[in-house]
Design a protein around this ligand. Sequence first.
Ligand code: G3H
Ligand code: 13P
Ligand code: ZN
Length: 287
Amino acid sequence: MITSVKEILTKAKKDGYAVGAFNTANLETTQAIIKAANEMHSPVIIQMTEKTMNYTGGRAIFNLIKNVAEFYYPKIPVGIHLDHGKSLEIIQRAADIGFTSVMYDGSRDKYDDNLTATKKVVGFCKKKKISVQAELGSVPYFGEIGTENADWEKYMTNPNQAEEFVKDAGIDALAVAIGNAHGFAKERKTPDYARLEMINKKLNIPLILHGASDWENGKVDEVVERGICCFNVDTAIRLAFINNLANSLKNKSDISFDIRKVLGNAREAVENVVKEKIKLFRSDGKA
Ligand code: G3H
Ligand code: 13P
Ligand code: ZN
């Protein structure tokens, strides 16, 4: 059943577990994510980035998620979210389509500019009952830090600033930078747990960890204890899909040029990854 992201996050935070927010860009990935969540009896968030909105038009995938969730898997809560919206225009487009949860990402701007733009987005979204996630500090991408040791201080969320930002902007959730990175970029050797703890003490809203594709057991538990209630996962899914596809294409004789066979195998590979992540984040059995 379609459930608001706000409700999914609030429940996870209250009960001390985390959900996965998985990125989709096509039919097979969408089906795999919801099926995996259903089999694990887990709430789940599915999200689209701005690039995916442009690639698919947005509405097609939005309605696909809705149909798959409502018709085939009505028992589990499925939230739909716009990931990394970078302008008011894309947020307005998402609102027109029916999104009730968006991220406005002004993390690359100066503090004041990020705050001003986020406030504008929140002003627009409040009237439409849309919840807003923002990012303070910035979670770097592979293109920014690669596999070298990064100057982490440059990227980290400042707890005092976060307190002020949340109060001023009135956001519903915050993406934090504590040594995490997007893609398979080299992350900080140990996440800054003390910083996260401080952020969590100062804020009373759900905290989101982006770049969770390569997060393992120990780290996951430590940050959930300190307030993270949602992990964003994209790269691990893309990798599973594309690697499987590449293997199928190498062994052409097995696939008899049946598009459903090739994409069906890739879909199964994604489903397995999503199941593993759900177990890792401990949202299994929480639906
Ligand atoms: O953090 C978000 C994504 O991993 C980037 O995805 O290539 O769809 O913008 P994108
Ligand atoms: P990864 O691609 O590292 O999993 O990050 C996903 C993400 O943060 C989406 O917002
Ligand atoms: Zn992200």
